[in-house]
Design a protein around this ligand. Structure first.
Ligand code: GUN
Length: 296
């Protein structure tokens, strides 16, 4: 079997076109242009590249992005002060603090400082809690993008067994919750595996759907999959590669070659989950601006 590649770029382009249209409509009807405040602390190369991609996507969708760059040694107080300014700014509807933060910053306190109604990452305790109990909230972007990708690929989740590999707050835990929700594109039986799971393959071989979010290349190989499984690769690992001009290449958490011989469909890296994360961020920012317009 040769797995079908799930084209995250194509799905992103389709959804972004819809977002751009709705953004224009909102502006024409209310005079409100969605604004996203993006804070980057330090110069982690991967973070710089994510943030640049987010800012470009914002502009392409007709949104405004406010880019705040702080040096790695700016300190927690300076970071919190920038968040508070964005919280109070009516032209800003979404706030994103790029993670991970450099050493010395308190990630929990930073996230908690973001106003929940502008938390388009869905990371604040208020949003995370609302998602847990099934209240309306901003869904975290990568997990939401994964659900959209599965739907796009025609992967049935209802009654199927999904194995999530990774328990991060950004991906593993929230995607497990979304897959287990009652409703469309959900209702799966979910197992969460992590670094404390002995014999990972024992679980992944039982899975109809594998979500690989471990942050380690080749965590999943073809022999660990049930034939016909659907595979979503969330990994973004920079592998040193002297044959590339920039000196590295991107690899996911799955060994694409062997996995694509056993799976029925698989997301590539790059071009799978990555573009969808940014797309769902735009989606949340537009939604936040629309809510602000309704309150005005
Ligand atoms: N770092 C990796 N993924 C994300 C994300 O979705 N949002 C933020 N803020 N930081 C990240």
């Amino acid at each position: 079997m040769q797995a079908k590649t799930i084209d995250g770029k194509a799905l992103s382009a389709r959804i972004r076109a819809e977002i751009a249209e709705k953004t224009e409509k909102l502006f024409n009807e209310t005079g409100i242009r969605p604004g996203l405040g993006v804070i980057l602390v330090g110069e982690n190369p991967a973070s710089v590249s994510y943030v640049t991609a987010k800012e470009k996507a914002c502009a392409e969708s007709g949104m405004v992005s406010r880019d705040i760059r702080l040096p790695a040694d700016a300190g927690q107080d300076a970071l919190t002060a920038e968040i508070r300014k964005l919280n109070a700014d009516p032209s800003i509807h979404g706030i994103l603090v790029q993670l991970p933060l450099p050493q010395g910053y308190d990630e929990r306190a930073t996230i908690a400082a973001i106003a929940p109604e502008k938390d388009v990452d869905g990371f604040t305790p208020v949003n995370a809690g609302k998602m847990l109990i099934g209240e309306d909230c901003f869904l975290p972007c990568t997990p939401h993008g994964i659900i959209k990708l599965l739907e796009f690929a025609g992967v049935e989740t209802q009654g199927r067994h999904a194995v999530v590999v990774g328990r991060s707050n950004i991906v593993g835990k929230p995607v497990a919750l979304l897959l287990a929700r009652k409703g469309k594109n959900a209702n799966a039986t979910v197992t969460i595996c992590h670094t404390g799971t002995p014999d990972l393959a024992r679980f992944t071989r039982e899975a109809d759907i594998v979500i690989a979010a471990a942050g380690r290349p080749k965590t999943i190989t073809g022999d660990m999959l049930k034939p016909g499984a659907a595979v979503v690769d969330v990994g973004v690992n920079r592998i040193p590669d002297a044959t590339r001009q920039r000196g590295w290449r991107l690899e996911g958490d799955c060994d694409f070659e062997s996995c694509s011989k056993t799976a029925s469909c698989i997301t590539p890296v790059p071009g799978g989950v990555g573009p969808m994360t940014i797309t769902m961020l735009l989606w949340n920012t537009l939604e936040s601006a629309a809510r602000a317009a309704r309150r005005a």
